[in-house]
Write a protein that binds this ligand. Structure first.
Ligand SMILES: [Zn+2]
Ligand SMILES: [Zn+2]
Length: 391
């Protein structure tokens, strides 16, 4: 089995949807036009449509047969604040906004699967089509969950797909366990005692303390984290002082942490608080640490990952499924859904050619040649998971 035939026939139509969404990008929680389109199409396909879940989020519910079992399929809808460099006809019509992560393609693939499944009704159970806003670091998944996503639309399992540039067209990648890193941002405020630059003995130098903290934080990954656990601690900002002859009273360090488990994230947070406060105290200063987890690690359920790998192999051929890809140090907020419901997040190849550069690059474009393939995998996940008696 390859691409599902009725979905292959949607290729041109899906390409039009995708390019229209690409030309009209909207930032997180502002996806009003996009969610209007999504809701309108779902309604036209015959789905029950729910809006305003996580502000601009949309859920389409499709029932077939009598089984109570249910699954969720999720796509993200938001664009990025990037000035598009592409010159093709479907380039962004909004300066400074761009679909540079392929969420236009994800939304389109899920719409294509919904259209096919609503006609074929080739399953027995309930499918929740989850169109999420604001994936790019501003909390769309958490907003939907806070609005009762999984209480209102119970799912036995959830599945999400992201394109991956560099992975050839026609290929998929999925792994059991951690797939992408969790990410945290931190701010450390050092308070010393301001003084004249020529009289250090009368002050406590916040710049010196901040410098020691920046260096000491680099011991956390090397000395506190198990060598087999991957983690990153990066201090990316140090701000202090305004004058040549003033020892500033305060200094601030900020940065990011990436880990592949909540446990290691917690360990690093604890160590960061200890090292920052202890180092500051050693110099007679004080340090306050704000630590915010922005993304949970994306961790796939082992059985669900095996199931998805099997579906991808059936659609694309076993040789086109990488079941052991490298961990990805970027993050994804589908992770928060996976913390609520077991499931799997996987990658579809975006291939080479025009627009095949990395996501978040001003020259990026989703590869329309992947649309029917991705929509087929979504649809087959439903058909294989919610098997219709007699099929
Ligand atoms: Zn992105
Ligand atoms: Zn993305």
């Amino acid at each position: 089995m390859a691409v599902i035939e009725p979905i292959a026939r949607l290729q041109e139509e899906m390409t039009r949807w995708r390019r229209d969404i690409h030309a009209h990008p909207e930032l997180g929680f502002e996806e009003t036009r996009t969610s209007d389109i999504v809701a309108g199409k779902l309604h036209a396909f015959g789905l029950e449509v729910h809006r305003g879940i996580g502000k601009t989020g949309v859920v389409g519910v499709l029932r077939s047969g009598r089984a109570e079992r249910s699954i969720g399929l999720r796509a993200d809808m938001d664009a990025l604040p990037i000035l598009e460099a592409n010159t093709f006809a479907h380039r962004s019509t909004h300066d400074g906004r761009m679909h540079a992560c392929g969420h236009d393609g994800h939304t389109t693939m899920l719409l294509g699967a919904a259209k096919y499944l609503a006609e074929a009704l080739s399953f027995d159970g309930v499918v929740n089509f989850i169109f999420q806003p604001a994936e790019e670091g501003i909390g769309g998944a958490r907003a939907m969950i806070a609005d009762g996503l999984f209480e209102r639309f119970p799912c036995d399992a959830v599945f999400g797909m992201h394109n991956r540039p560099g992975l050839p067209l026609g290929k998929f990648a999925v792994r059991a366990g951690p797939m992408m890193a969790g990410g945290a941002f931190f701010d450390i405020r050092v308070t010393g005692k301001g003084s004249h630059g020529a009289r250090p003995e009368s002050g406590v130098d916040s710049v010196l303390v901040a410098s020691h903290i920046a260096i000491a934080l680099q011991s956390i990954v090397s000395r506190n984290v198990r060598p087999l656990d991957a983690a990153v601690v990066s201090v990316t900002k140090i701000h202090s002082g305004d004058a040549y002859n003033v020892i500033p009273q305060t200094a601030q360090l900020s940065g990011t942490v990436r880990t592949f488990t909540r446990e290691v994230m917690g360990l690093i947070e604890t160590a960061m608080r200890r090292v920052s406060k202890g180092t500051a105290e050693a110099f007679g200063a004080a340090a306050e640490v704000d630590f915010h987890v922005i993304f949970a690690p994306t961790v796939n359920d082992a059985d669900e990952a095996e199931f998805v790998a099997g579906v991808c192999a059936e659609v694309a051929g076993a040789e086109n499924v990488n079941r052991n890809p490298n961990l990805i140090v970027a993050s994804e907020d589908f992770s928060f859904m996976l913390e609520q419901v077991p499931g799997c997040y996987f990658n579809i190849g975006n291939g080479a050619g025009e627009g095949a550069c990395e996501v978040h690059n001003p020259g990026y474009d989703f590869n329309d040649a992947a649309l029917a393939l991705g929509a087929s995998v979504f649809a087959r996940i439903v058909e294989k998971r919610l098997v219709k008696a007699g099929d």
